[in-house]
Each structure stands twice: as structure tokens, then as C-alpha cells.
Design a protein around this ligand. Structure first.
Ligand SMILES: CC/C=C\C/C=C\C[C@@H](O)/C=C/C=C/C=C\[C@@H](O)CCCC(=O)O
Ligand SMILES: [Zn+2]
Length: 609
């Protein structure tokens, strides 16, 4: 068996593997710290095992025990972004196949990169504090000492003690709650995750949360101010779960809840099992954005591709995201039609072009399978694994005979690797095994061009309906009947071209008849594509758009909007200093990942940790 290596983890993966975590967490809002005890059930993989190494990041380790006996431990050298290895010495040699329960008592740092602690002022209700974790890709180690790699999968049981006026949720099925026997002002919530998951899918949310039932296995959670709107927006959740089950097999996670987080959450969604995270920007309350259901379809699809079949390391992240985007668009096809799938694919191709342009077409991070040795996964993150991955799968779909044929392979691949972690070679072997009668066709694929070459794919995406030049040739009359989704894709196309002259952008205002709307706020927002339209206006140096671009960049923290808006404003010479000053003014209230990435974009030094 080839030893597992993960360049983003210090854990001893060849020696042993974690099978279960038992977590006891005490959430302390005053000190912005979690006091934890984690009992790791570890299976030994090789004889004469006398030590093991876990991943940590900014954790205070108080003691380590095994079978009630204190163990020697040592923290290694701190890495600039991958944290600090924790080496634990075992009092006796263990043999292959044996199990040991290692218990670590620890405390997280107020600077833990997995956690965002929000003051009451940063919440919708303004009365209670709020905490949420975001572990993907390599932040779980700042919340729990663990083997922080997607190549290791474990079940977990957790009890979380929180102030009794708050509710705790986790990426697991709830197993009841009761007053904390240690403190009558606190409640203990219990959770069980019976399906083995990688550490990046461990998640916890604590806040003044309310919920509504939206389906036989689904509730939506949020602060009470948003919960009715959230229940309305996500009413189709059960329909999409059923479509996905028809496509790829049973949903194994029991519960599928959605929690709408505060605006600082850096992503559109996050596929934490049993508890999908969603940005409030999907609720059209903060800045209308198209297709809230597209994000939920994506996170639902992850229940199979990513959470059930998981990438072995972040270098093969495309296996998670490329298959999930493919499945998400098959769900969209079932809800709408093939033309809609094609149109979303056109939009994805534009996202890929923008991502490659941003990184640089020779940047090895635009490889479908990049090397991440000494690379910060947050800095490596882009839409390349999503959209270059989708483009490859769409190309293969065309080669093997269409989506019905290819979906049968996807279903086979999921059944073959369910509950396991895979890499690209294993995926490719599975493809060639399944399509053994199409080997001659598959051998002609430019695999090196697709997998190990930077830039755009070797084969362009040619949708079976409207071609790119069709979009550019639209006249004013053609644009008017376009749906807001189609308009979004059209405007995204313009972002990839050279900056539009100010006269053109103003003309476009007229085309969309926005000039009839006097309110500047609405005029620039244009319902469906606030970030895209604002970026076009700022790039055209339309100063009237600048205040709203700053407002949108700071009132929510979704990286997909916040980073490009800050970059655009920073590019506008006259507003460069204001962009830096605005960032510095908001940095403390930003999610740690957002603060780090926007600071890098604006070339602002990070505060010393
Ligand atoms: C080759 C890339 C290697 C590693 C990247 C993996 C994770 C990067 C880390 O920053 C976490 C990303 C989390 C993404 C969560 C949700 C996305 O699927 C959607 C993001 C886009 C959006 O806001 O819609
Ligand atoms: Zn995803």
C-alpha cells in the first residue's frame, strides 16, 4: 500500500489513523477560547509504534494521557501557515492493528484561524455573541489537535457547553441537550456523527439561533430576524435532495439542515455534513445575488462528492469540486432544462477565465492538480478546481456519449469509493475500468494538458446552444428579455474584456432602463449581479459607483465579492489609499481568512501573531 502523504499536514499518517473523536468542548465567549478535551481512538498501522504526531495551530496543550497514564509530548517548530506538530510519546510499543485512546486537554487561542468570534453588534439581533468555525482546508488544527488531512476519516461524538441563552449546532445529528451540571447558567448540547468524515468537516456554530422545518429531514437555522426569509428561500431543499438521490444513490447523512451565518462568513456555502453553512447574501436582504438554490444544490451534491468520496489531499481538491459542480448542474438541469445547464456552464467557463487571468496563465496553481508543497491552501484557493474540473468532466461526457452515459459512471465512482479518500490516479483508473470498451477514446485525451499544465484547458468549452460570440452580438432589443441569470453571465463576460469606456457603461445603464431609478443604491445594484456590475462601473472609473462598491465590500464578507471589489477599488488610483484605509478600519471585524487574503491583495502587512 502506497504510504499516504499530505504536504499540508505534519501528522504521522503511515504509522496510525484516527477512527473516532470524542470531544468535550466548553465555549468561553469572555475569553474567546474553547477549552477542550479530545479523546482520539487511533488504530496502529505498523509494528513497533512508539509515538504519533498530530497537527495543531496556536493551541495551548495542557496534558496528554493514554489509558489514564500521563504521556510525554512536545510541540515542534511553528510553521508560517501549517501550524505546529504535536509529537506524543507512547509508554509502550504498539503493534499493527492495535488501538489506543489518546486524550489531549487543550485550549484554543483567541486568534484561532478556524474560529470567528462575533460581538453582539456584529449580529442581526445585537443582543448575543456568536461563534462559528470554518475548518476547510487546514484550520481544524486550530480548534482540535488532530490528524488534519482529508486522507483520514473518523466518526465523532461531541458535547458542547454554551451559555444557556444560546444554541449550539454541529456537523452531526443532534443527540439531545441538558443543563450543564457544572454551571446552571449553561447548557450542554450533544452530537453524534456516525459516518466517518475528514477533520475539515468538523464544524460548530453557537448563537441565538431559531429554526423552521423545511422538509422531512431538514430544518433551516438562523437568528430569528432571518429565519422566515431563509425558510422561504430554501423551500426546494427536499426536492433537490430527492433529485440528487435519483442521480447518485441514497443520502446517508440522515439530517440535512442549513444554517444561515452572519455576513462575515467568507464563502457562499460550506458542505459541513448534516449542517450546510450558507451566506446571508443568498437571502436578497443584503445584496441580492442570483440563484440561491445553485449554492444549496452545490452543497447538497457535496453529500456524495466530497463528503462521501473525499479527496486524499488538497492537491486533488478538483475531485471534490469538479464532480460537485458537475452534479450541481445536473440537479439544475432536472429543476430547469439542459439549456439552463449549458448557460451555467458558460458562466463557469467565464469564472475559469477570470481565475486563470488573476493567477497568471503560467502559474502552476492553475494546474488541475497543483503541487501544494509549502503552499498556503487559502492562498491557493480559486475557481480553477471547480471549473477546470467541470470542463474536464463535461469533455469526457461528450466523448463517451452524453450526460446519461457519464452520470452512470459518476454513480459507479461514488459507490466504488464511498467512505474512502481518493487521488487523481485512482479516479482515472476507475474511469478506464468503467469505460473499458472506450479505452481507445480515453487514451486520446490530453491528460497531461488537463492535469499538469497551467492555464486554460487544452479543449475549449463549446456549449451545445448559444456560443460566446452569440452573447457579444446581442443587441439592446435582445438583452431586454434575458433572465437575470443570463444577464449576470453576459456582464461577467464583459469583466473579462478590457475595461469598458465610461460612455459604454452609462449606455448600459440606459439599456437596462436603470436611469429611471433615481435611488443610487438600487441603480447600481441591479438586483442580480451587484458585485459584477459594480466592478464594471469602478473599472470604467465611474466615481458615482465607488461609495456603493466600498459599502458592498464591507457589509458582507463573502470572498467571491469582497476580494474583487477591494482589488478593483485599489486599482482605481484616486481611491487606492481609501481602499487601504477602509480595509484597516474593518480588518478586526473580518473573518481571519478574509482579513489575511484581502490584506495580501492590497499588500498590507498583517499584524504580528
Ligand atoms: C488547489 C486548491 C487547494 C486547496 C483549496 C481548498 C480549500 C481552500 C480553503 O480556502 C477553503 C475553501 C472553502 C470553500 C467553501 C465553499 C466553496 O465551495 C464556495 C466558494 C465560492 C462561493 O463563495 O460561492
Ligand atoms: Zn464545493
Amino acid at each position: 500500500m502506497v504510504p499516504v502523504t499530505d504536504p499540508s499536514s505534519f501528522a504521522s499518517l503511515a504509522k496510525c489513523t484516527t477512527r473516532h473523536l470524542n470531544l468535550t468542548l466548553h465555549v468561553d465567549f469572555e475569553r474567546r477560547a474553547i477549552k477542550g478535551i479530545v479523546a482520539l481512538t487511533v488504530e496502529v498501522l505498523e509494528d513497533k509504534c512508539s509515538s504519533l504526531t498530530l497537527d495543531t495551530k496556536d493551541l495551548q496543550i495542557n496534558q496528554v494521557k493514554a489509558n489514564g497514564q500521563q504521556l510525554k509530548f512536545a510541540l515542534g517548530a511553528k510553521h508560517s501557515f501549517n501550524g505546529t506538530p504535536l509529537e506524543i510519546s507512547l509508554p509502550f510499543d504498539l503493534s499493527r492493528g492495535q488501538h489506543v485512546i489518546v486524550e489531549v486537554t487543550y485550549e484554543t487561542s483567541p486568534r484561532a484561524s478556524a474560529l470567528q468570534w462575533l460581538t453582539p453588534a456584529q449580529t442581526a439581533g445585537k443582543k448575543h455573541p456568536y461563534l462559528f468555525s470554518q475548518c476547510q482546508a487546514t484550520h481544524c488544527r486550530s480548534m482540535i489537535p488532530c490528524q488534519d488531512t482529508p486522507s483520514v476519516k473518523h466518526t465523532y461524538y461531541a458535547q458542547v457547553s454554551v451559555p444557556k441563552e444560546l444554541v449550539a449546532l454541529m456537523s452531526a445529528v443532534g443527540d439531545g441537550q441538558e443543563p450543564d451540571p457544572q454551571d446552571s447558567k449553561r447548557t450542554i448540547y450533544r452530537f453524534r456523527q456516525a459516518v466517518p468524515i475528514p477533520s475539515y468537516l468538523v464544524a460548530v456554530v453557537v448563537g441565538a439561533l431559531d429554526s423552521r422545518e423545511i422538509g422531512p429531514r431538514s430544518r433551516v437555522w438562523s437568528e430569528k430576524e432571518l429565519v422566515e426569509q431563509a425558510a422561504y428561500e430554501f423551500a426546494k431543499t427536499e426536492d433537490m435532495l430527492k433529485i440528487a438521490e435519483d442521480l447518485v444513490g441514497p443520502y446517508v447523512w440522515e439530517q440535512y439542515d442549513i444554517v444561515v451565518l452572519p455576513p462575515s462568513f467568507p464563502y457562499g456555502g460550506m458542505e459541513n455534513p448534516c449542517l450546510t453553512y450558507a451566506t446571508p447574501t443568498l437571502l436578497c436582504l443584503i445584496c441580492a445575488v442570483c440563484c440561491p438554490l445553485q449554492v444549496i444544490a452545490h452543497e447538497i451534491a457535496h453529500s456524495w462528492t466530497g463528503n462521501l468520496v473525499t479527496t486524499k489531499s488538497w492537491e486533488h481538491f478538483w475531485l471534490n469540486e469538479g464532480h460537485t459542480v458537475y452534479l450541481e448542474r445536473m440537479i439544475a438541469k432536472s429543476l430547469e432544462n439542459e439549456q439552463y445547464r449549458q448557460f451555467k456552464a458558460i458562466g463557469g467557463w467565464k469564472e475559469l477565465q477570470e481565475a486563470v487571468k488573476l493567477f497568471g496563465e503560467r502559474n502552476p496553481l492553475t494546474n488541475l492538480v497543483p503541487s501544494l508543497k509549502e503552499v498556503d491552501t487559502d492562498a491557493a484557493f480559486s475557481f480553477v478546481p471547480y471549473e477546470k474540473g467541470f470542463a474536464l468532466l463535461y469533455h469526457l461526457e461528450e466523448l463517451v456519449g452524453g450526460s446519461d452515459v457519464f452520470m452512470k459512471f459518476i454513480r459507479y465512482y461514488i459507490q466504488r469509493y464511498a467512505y474512502a479518500s481518493v487521488n487523481t490516479d485512482e479516479w482515472k483508473n476507475c474511469l478506464f475500468t468503467y469505460f473499458r470498451d472506450k479505452g481507445d477514446v480515453l487514451k486520446k485525451v490530453d491528460w497531461d494538458g488537463w492535469m499538469n499544465t497551467p492555464g486554460m484547458p487544452p479543449v475549449p468549452f463549446l456549449p451545445s446552444q448559444a456560443k460566446e460570440e452569440d452573447l457579444a452580438s446581442f443587441s439592446e432589443a435582445d438583452l431586454k428579455p434575458l433572465s437575470s441569470t443570463q444577464l449576470t453571465e453576459f456582464l461577467t463576460l464583459l469583466l473579462l474584456k478590457d475595461p469598458l469606456p465610461l460612455t459604454h457603461v452609462k449606455r448600459m445603464q440606459e439599456v437596462y432602463n436603470l436611469n429611471s431609478i433615481k435611488n443610487c443604491e438600487i441603480r447600481f445594484r441591479y438586483s442580480e449581479m451587484p458585485d459584477v456590475w459594480l466592478r464594471l462601473c469602478v473599472r470604467a472609473r465611474w466615481e458615482e459607483a465607488v461609495p456603493l462598491a466600498f459599502k458592498m465590500a464591507t457589509e458582507q464578507g463573502r470572498l467571491k465579492y469582497t476580494r474583487p471589489l477591494f482589488r478593483e477599488l485599489h486599482e482605481f488610483e484616486k481611491y487606492r489609499q481609501e481602499a487601504v484605509d477602509t480595509y484597516l478600519q474593518h480588518r478586526a471585524a473580518m473573518h481571519p481568512v478574509t482579513a489575511a487574503l484581502v490584506g495580501r491583495d492590497l499588500k498590507v502587512e498583517q499584524p504580528h501573531k
